[in-house]
Design a protein around this ligand. Structure first.
Ligand code: NDP
Length: 496
């Protein structure tokens, strides 16, 4: 397998943005350099070359941004009606629709996902914005009965929580930032976003576009920098009311600790080691590509990737043979190669981590059936890799690799598959492939996880939502429950 090179030229707008000397923070409607004057380099993972310089934010930049967000929260933004916030979200959607090509070119260059894949994510972004536009006009409290003697009317009101700290990982910031921005604009909150130092550019560009569209100054601020500096400062800031964090379980734990300073509300979307269960009666025409792309999409850098593929023994050989044929159809290449289906992994440390897990798998006695090597070139390309003969005790079945490594674990009956699926500290995604609905529902009920797919993998709809349990975090993304966490409930008693 070889890598393919760039065959697609960046548009003028993306090129102009990427060629800026330094990408500053966006605070209170302005581009603001780091208070310290320091910068840090961000790398194009398709080439391994430095792509841009980012402001290296620290606690003082975060403090400045949080003050801006607090001022905006208490200013005229507070008086915007639900209809005005809804119209704003609709304008944001229209503008992103028009500017999507520019944004995916920035994203592809910055974090390595192929443009071909990013183009397919547009409907999901548009749905998310429609969802939040609709939510803006449906926030409501209740009128309640009570048992208080005399005439007392009681009701609840919903009010925006305040300043939201949004900490975003590198694996898809263009879309994932809108789980926060959408809810902030719909609810009347304000936010300070801290994207990953490895993929900040689409978040910075979106912040500028939001200002052009009419989002008031200070409502959406972005501070770039290292996680342990800027990210920690945001999680620990006493004037941030709530943190929306997506990232690893380990970092999530440190965010929880930092957040205790003012008892912040938290939403945590953390790691996973999801089980994808292929029963003997599955339609393999669908299960093979579905399970494969449940792992290899985004080069395995998806939190709910179904990396443990549990296959019932009667079909293990056929499934494996067909899977290996499918893997041959994948094209790993430069993110600006329009024929690439998979891009590089995000960074040299991530590449090293993935390759070290391949060594771990081999040492533990699993059979590496394909892949396992770095591909030629200076980018961070790894071959899609398949291990067979994996047991659930092996580290490659227990630890999150976050790369294109799929493990096949055989099982005899459905109860055993459920037990293996549940023998994990994580509980984020999972799937079952079976043509028997009773079998599928038995598995759905049996697996202790936040999201289950049946005869498909990876659909996310904001109306339905998804979220994790166990060490994969808490708080759902999407559904009415998502909006509720950007609001608090006020109980009101009125003596008549
Ligand atoms: P990290 O946990 O390393 O980083 C996530 C974010 O937290 C980044 O913005 C990072 O900044 C920041 N951060 C790092 N250290 C701290 C700190 N001490 N305090 C506050 N913020 C900090 O995760 P990755 O970026 O490596 O992303 C991969 C992980 O995210 C995987 O484990 C994956 O499962 C999980 N994930 C979960 C998703 C979900 O929805 N459940 C979705 C996507 C990813 P910086 O990068 O600059 O260090």
């Amino acid at each position: 397998m070889t890598t393919f090179q760039q065959n697609f030229a960046l548009g003028e707008q993306a090129q102009g943005f990427l060629s800026r000397e330094v990408h500053h923070h966006v605070i209170d409607g302005k581009r603001v350099p780091a208070a310290s004057g320091r910068t840090l380099s961000t790398v194009n993972p398709s080439t391994g070359e430095v792509l841009a310089q980012l402001a290296a934010g620290d606690a003082s930049d975060v403090d400045q941004a949080v003050h801006a967000a607090r001022r905006a929260f208490s200013g005229p933004w507070r008086a915007w009606t639900p209809y005005e916030r809804q119209a704003l979200l609709t304008r944001v959607a229209q503008t992103l629709d028009e500017r999507f090509e520019e944004l995916i070119q920035i994203e592809a260059t910055d974090m390595g996902a192929p443009v071909s894949r990013l183009r397919t994510t547009k409907p999901a972004l548009m749905k998310m914005l429609s969802f939040f536009a609709a939510q803006a006009a449906t926030i409501s409290g209740e009128t309640l009965m009570n048992g208080i003697p005399g005439s007392v009317a009681t009701m609840t009101l919903k009010a925006p929580v305040g300043v939201i700290g949004g900490i975003i990982p590198w694996n898809g910031p263009l879309n994932s930032q809108f789980w926060i921005i959408g809810a902030v604009l719909a609810s009347g909150c304000t936010t300070v976003l801290k994207p990953s130092e490895d993929a900040s550019l689409s978040v910075l560009r979106v912040a500028e576009i939001l200002l052009e569209v009419g989002v008031p100054d200070g409502v959406v601020n972005v501070v770039t920098g290292l996680g342990k500096e800027a990210g920690h400062a945001l999680a620990a800031h006493p004037d941030v009311d709530r943190i929306a964090f997506t990232g690893s379980t380990q970092t999530g734990r440190s965010v929880i600790e930092a957040s205790t300073v003012n008892i912040k509300k938290l939403q945590l979307e953390l790691g996973g080691k999801s089980a994808d269960i292929v029963c003997a009666d599955a339609d393999l025409d669908k299960a093979v590509p579905g399970a494969a792309m449940g792992v290899f999409a985004n080069s395995g850098q998806i939190c709910f990737a179904g990396t443990r593929v549990l296959v019932q023994r009667p079909v293990v050989d056929e499934f494996t043979a067909r899977l290996l044929e499918f893997v041959k159809t994948l094209r790993v290449g430069h993110s600006l190669d329009t024929a690439a289906t998979l891009g590089p992994v995000i960074s040299q440390p991530q590449l090293d981590k993935v390759l070290s897990y391949v060594d771990v798998g081999r040492t533990e006695g699993a059979d590496l059936l394909c892949g396992g090597r770095r591909l030629e070139g200076s980018g961070y390309f790894v071959e899609p890799s398949v291990f067979a003969g994996v047991t659930n005790e092996m580290r490659i079945a227990r630890e999150e690799i976050f790369g294109p490594v799929l493990s096949i674990l055989p099982f005899d009956d459905v109860d055993e598959a459920i037990a293996i699926a549940n023998d994990s500290e994580y509980g984020l995604g999972g799937a079952v492939w079976s043509q028997n609905l009773s079998t599928a529902l038995r598995v759905v009920h049996g697996v202790h996880t936040g999201t289950m797919w049946v005869n498909c993998y990876g659909y996310i709809d904001p109306l339905v939502g998804f979220g994790g349990t166990k060490m994969s975090g808490y708080g759902s993304k999407g559904s009415a429950a998502h909006m509720d966490t950007y609001l608090y409930t006020k109980s009101v008693y009125i003596q008549l």
